[in-house]
Design a protein around this ligand. Structure first.
Ligand SMILES: NC(=O)c1ccc[n+]([C@@H]2O[C@H](COP(=O)([O-])OP(=O)(O)OC[C@H]3O[C@@H](n4cnc5c(N)ncnc54)[C@H](OP(=O)(O)O)[C@@H]3O)[C@@H](O)[C@H]2O)c1
Length: 373
């Protein structure tokens, strides 16, 4: 370890975010596991996999392929767990669409997956979720691909997986905080843009939103534009990275519950389910911006405490949610094996979720109207 690395680690260890991550994140993880334990003693709360429905014959396009389509974001690194999730989804009968921000990384992950299975139905698109113009370009390319490949103009599964833990303040091209922009606004905007394709599915479709136990540490927040877009944080002297990550993950829960409510109240939309999933603490690349030695110590301690999931277990918990029966819509999956727990009391605040929805729609519309014609 160089002296520069050591200085960086020392500097990070002096921040509030470091202490928040060390104590509050571990505490909220333990709370989630305690809840899981007490729940498993008192009630049967696991949901088994359902078979994926193949698409029924499509009259307008007899030659069209009939595999259900799954779009998964943030699978652009050639890390084993990313390849594994695509392979696992393919084995479940999906045509898998990978949406990642780097075309170079996407082609590497595609060839890695293909080297493990030639049968996998795979397509990759470049999309930067922190940019609405990139999301709109992705939607155009997706529509064109569905048309060119004679496929049904619908999707069956959207997994909003992409996320970052940024340790420095950066703004997106639309002026949002990079972490809020990627983790929440990007997922919200992509869902909004893809909703017509999910609604158009002739079989039940599903949205999976990745969240985190760290959301439990948000004690209160007002869904104002400055906060949801994260602009407020860029004005602060010290970037509160842990707090922003927690907030982005709370927003994912509020968004999931609100969308579930809206779809289940709206006539004809009940066949879209919305599930929030939290894989627990998983050994991935998420801490890449945290000084290396601090992230290694964190992984070691979590491992010793028995709180660290393998990347494969992390992927399995996402799959459990993706394949759970339809009545699980609106639930919070945690800990894998189809288990659910309650999220924080704040995440069930209906008034807050409606306010967040309204603010997110404003942010989306503002970004949309700022797009060149
Ligand atoms: N690991 C955990 O302990 C844990 C716990 C709870 C929840 N989660 C959540 O699980 C999800 C997956 O994270 P992970 O642990 O697998 O981390 P990861 O290994 O760092 O993967 C994150 C992925 O998101 C992509 N991404 C980042 N910014 C993007 C952008 N603007 N547009 C498109 N893609 C972007 C990254 O692509 P690049 O390679 O191009 O950067 C990467 O492929 C995240 O939402 C995270 O918050 C993780």
């Amino acid at each position: 370890m160089s002296s520069k690395d050591l200085m960086e680690a020392l500097h990070f260890a002096c921040t509030l975010s470091f202490w928040r991550m060390t104590f509050l994140w571990t505490y909220s993880l333990i709370i989630s596991y305690i809840q899981l334990l007490t729940r498993s003693m008192t009630q049967k709360s696991t949901y088994n996999h359902c078979a994926v429905s193949p698409l029924p014959p499509i009259t307008s396009s007899a030659s069209g392929r009939r595999l259900p389509i799954c779009i998964i974001t943030g699978v652009s690194t050639s890390l084993a767990h990313h390849c594994w999730s695509a392979l696992a989804l393919s084995r479940e009968g999906f045509c898998v669409v990978l949406a990642g921000r780097s075309s170079h990384k996407l082609s590497k992950v595609m060839s890695n997956i293909r080297s493990q299975s030639e049968e996998v139905q795979l397509k990759a698109f470049q999309v930067d979720l922190s940019s609405l113009s990139s999301i709109m370009r992705f939607k155009e390319s997706l529509d064109q691909w569905l048309l060119d490949s004679d496929m049904h103009p619908s999707i069956q599964l959207l997994i909003n997986n992409a996320g970052i833990l940024a340790t420095t303040s950066r703004l997106t091209t639309e002026g949002h905080d990079q972490m809020m922009g990627t983790n929440y606004i990007g997922a919200f905007s992509l869902t909004e843009v893809l909703l017509p394709l999910l609604k158009n599915s002739p079989v039940p479709s599903r949205i999976i939103n990745l969240t985190s136990f760290t959301h439990r540490n948000v004690s209160g927040f007002r869904a104002e534009k400055e906060t949801v877009s994260g602009k407020r944080f860029s004005k602060l002297k010290h970037y509160p990275c842990a707090e922003i990550y927690e907030l982005s993950k709370l927003c994912m829960l509020l968004f999931s519950y609100e969308l579930h409510q809206q779809l289940h109240l709206a006539e004809g939309s009940q066949s879209i389910s919305v599930i929030a999933v939290d894989p627990g603490a998983v050994k991935t690349d998420i801490m890449r911006e945290v000084p290396w030695c601090i992230s290694q110590v964190a992984l070691l301690v979590l491992g010793v405490l028995g709180l660290l999931q393998s990347p494969e277990a992390g992927v399995s918990s996402i799959l459990d949610a993706a394949l759970a029966p339809p009545e699980t819509s609106g639930l919070y999956f945690f800990g894998g094996n189809g288990r659910t727990v309650d999220s924080s009391a704040l995440s069930y605040d209906l008034k807050l979720s409606r306010e967040l929805w309204a603010t997110s729609c404003h942010i989306f519309q503002d970004s949309l109207s700022a797009q060149p014609a």
